[in-house]
Design a protein around this ligand. Structure first.
Ligand SMILES: Cc1cc2nc3c(=O)[nH]c(=O)nc-3n(C[C@H](O)[C@H](O)[C@H](O)COP(=O)(O)O)c2cc1C
Length: 274
């Protein structure tokens, strides 16, 4: 969960207290049943960063994922209570920087991810990363079926990271229209553009139209832009999705999706290709 999903510091505090108490083991163990992860935006545009770091220190999420920026400021805080830090990276340069800083894991943000996207091929990116890092590696981008998780294991990754698959769920705050567009879209409707935040993000065709763009005009910056999401903060009519959007066929609960992924994963490990 991105810390910024909570609109105020007070709401983040409440949510983290609730997650921790509802997921605690009956024995009173401080660790939750499932190792939930908190995602924190390290970029300078996150004016709430000092508060978010304090909330991490206080609520001790087992995993913290540092995105869009250096993970350094969060590492000591999380390691002090025995948690793990992952860094979300889209290039080998950033992967090296994060591992030099001492992260426990990397999320390789690959081509085809929803939201901010990477551009690298996951096979090549993982192979290059494994030359210097043998810690935990998650792959993000187009993971929309349990057999993809089995494939990740075969290729030498530890975890899959999935976002688009969970937009059309009753638990999601996405609007009914966004969910409808997701259900009606396929891979050819997904376009990467810098018009949303200055760096590549994948959006659906309807969003290009909303922005007055088309596939030919979707790169709007003359030079490499800086990350700036202020213009989209209050734009619920901009719809993002990754290349796996065509695998979202019906609105399903998160529990049903996770169960389906588990079954598909198990079946795929047994038969090799289900
Ligand atoms: C609508 C949407 C919002 C997202 N918001 C965030 C975010 O706030 N922070 C973050 O680190 N990643 C965010 N992501 C990216 C996901 O964490 C993840 O990298 C991506 O969804 C994985 O690719 P997939 O969508 O193809 O499964 C978002 C993705 C989508 C689709």
């Amino acid at each position: 969960m991105p810390t910024l999903n909570a609109r105020t510091p007070e709401q983040l505090d409440d949510w983290l207290a609730q997650v921790r108490s509802e997921l605690s083991l009956p024995s009173g163990s401080p660790w939750p049943v499932a190792p939930y992860a908190l995602n924190v935006l390290m970029h300078q545009s996150n004016v709430r960063l000092p508060h978010d770091l304090e909330a991490i220190r206080k609520h001790q999420p087992p995993i913290v994922i540092a995105s869009v920026g250096r993970p350094d400021a969060v590492i000591d805080i999380v390691h002090a209570y025995g948690g793990l830090v992952f860094s979300d990276v889209g290039s080998l340069k950033h992967a090296k920087r994060a591992t030099d800083a001492g992260v426990d894991g990397l999320v390789l943000l690959c081509a085809g991810a929803g939201g901010q996207t990477g551009r690298l091929n996951p096979f090549a990116f993982l192979e290059a990363t494994r030359r210097f890092f043998d810690g935990l590696v998650a792959i993000a981008g187009g993971i929309s079926h349990g057999r993809h998780l089995a494939a990740l294991k075969t290729m030498g990754a530890d975890l899959g990271y999935s976002g688009t698959s969970f937009i059309a769920t009753p638990e999601s705050f996405a609007s009914e229209d966004y969910k409808k567009v997701i259900l009606g879209s396929g891979i050819d409707d997904v376009w990467d553009t810098d018009a949303i935040s200055g760096i590549p993000a994948n959006v659906l065709r309807a969003t290009l139209t909303t922005l007055g763009l088309d596939p030919e005009t979707r790169w709007v910056r003359a030079t490499k832009g800086d990350y700036d999401w202020s213009s989209i903060r209050w734009r619920p009519d901009l719809y993002s999705a990754g290349h796996g959007v065509g695998d979202v066929r019906a609105e399903e609960s998160c529990a049903a999706i996770i169960e389906r992924f588990s079954e598909q994963y198990r079946a795929s490990r047994l038969t090799g290709n289900t």
